[in-house]
Design a protein around this ligand. Structure first.
Ligand code: ZN
Ligand code: ZN
Length: 280
């Protein structure tokens, strides 16, 4: 994301939609007024609800606050795999408390990130990531909420850890980025696959093949804002209001009707997160 590029124009409205994974605080939503402005904008094009996701402990507190400020936001809390080294007795206890909060609808994002492991000295080491991932899997089972997975270049290992630990009832593969073979393995396990703007990218043939093999009832859509702005606005700042671009791109890839797909993914999000979209 470059701050120099302007935000994309509003897409044509498409409703109902739930942004299954966004980061409100990173989009500037750090007080009630800013959160309301982002969600008003999203609602104006049909995106009536969002799940705002934590990256680290500070972000987790922002996510819970946003969900308390506005009934169009729900939270997911966890330590991102790159921050897995922050898991201590103290933060574990705080995350356990948060996971029981009624507005926290998932444990996430957790998982494995071998991309940043290769590129950043700040990234938690491999074994630390795996240990934190296992702890979050156990927490999701303990509180009976969905597990939201972050996977970057680690699909095989993510599935192996989940198989070994035993999956919670609901598993969401956020920003699905793998090929058709891994997609089929996720579908076999009943996991939900959440597609972001990357499915609209012009060089995303393998990901688009993966999107075609997912049964409708296992699909979700997300922005992962402020990152991963859909084509043709790649590199511009992303926000939840941009979600209709991705849903239309996904519909085109799958040869689905966009309105039907919107209804389907929203029903899936309501079922997975056990939420109901507030009346517009
Ligand atoms: Zn992620
Ligand atoms: Zn994210």
């Amino acid at each position: 994301m470059s701050p120099r590029k302007p935000p994309p124009p509003d897409p044509d409205p498409l409703a109902p939609l739930i942004d299954a994974h966004t980061h409100l605080a990173a989009c500037g939503g750090r007080d009630a007024q800013a959160v309301r402005a982002i969600l008003d904008h999203a609602a104006s094009v049909g995106v009536g609800g969002v799940v705002t996701v934590a990256d680290d402990m500070v972000d987790a507190r922002w996510a819970v606050a946003a969900a308390e400020w506005d009934d169009r936001a729900w939270a997911a809390t966890a330590l991102h795999p790159t921050h897995a080294g922050d898991l201590t007795d103290e933060t574990a206890e705080e995350l356990r408390m948060m996971a029981q909060h009624p507005r926290v609808v998932a444990v996430g994002e957790t998982g494995l990130d071998w991309y940043w492991l290769q590129r950043s000295d700040d990234c938690a080491p491999r074994e630390v990531q795996i240990e934190s991932f296992r702890w979050h899997i156990a927490l999701a089972k303990e509180v009976g909420k969905p597990l939201m997975i972050h996977n970057r270049d680690a699909g095989r290992d993510v599935l192996d850890v989940l198989d070994d630990a035993g999956s919670p009832e609901t598993v969401i593969m956020h920003c699905f980025s793998e090929d058709e073979a891994i997609a089929r393995e996720c579908v076999e396990r009943g996991y939900l696959l959440s597609f972001s703007g990357t499915v609209s990218f012009t060089n995303a043939a393998a990901l688009q093949d993966a999107a075609r093999v997912v049964p409708p009832e296992l699909l979700l859509v997300e922005t992962d804002a402020p990152f991963l702005t859909p084509h043709p606005f790649r590199g511009h700042p992303n926000q939840s209001y941009c979600l209709p671009y991705t849903v239309r791109a996904l519909a085109q890839v799958r040869d689905d009707d966009a309105d039907d797909l919107a209804r389907q993914v929203t029903a899936n999000a309501e079922r997975a997160y056990r939420v109901r979209l507030p009346a517009a």
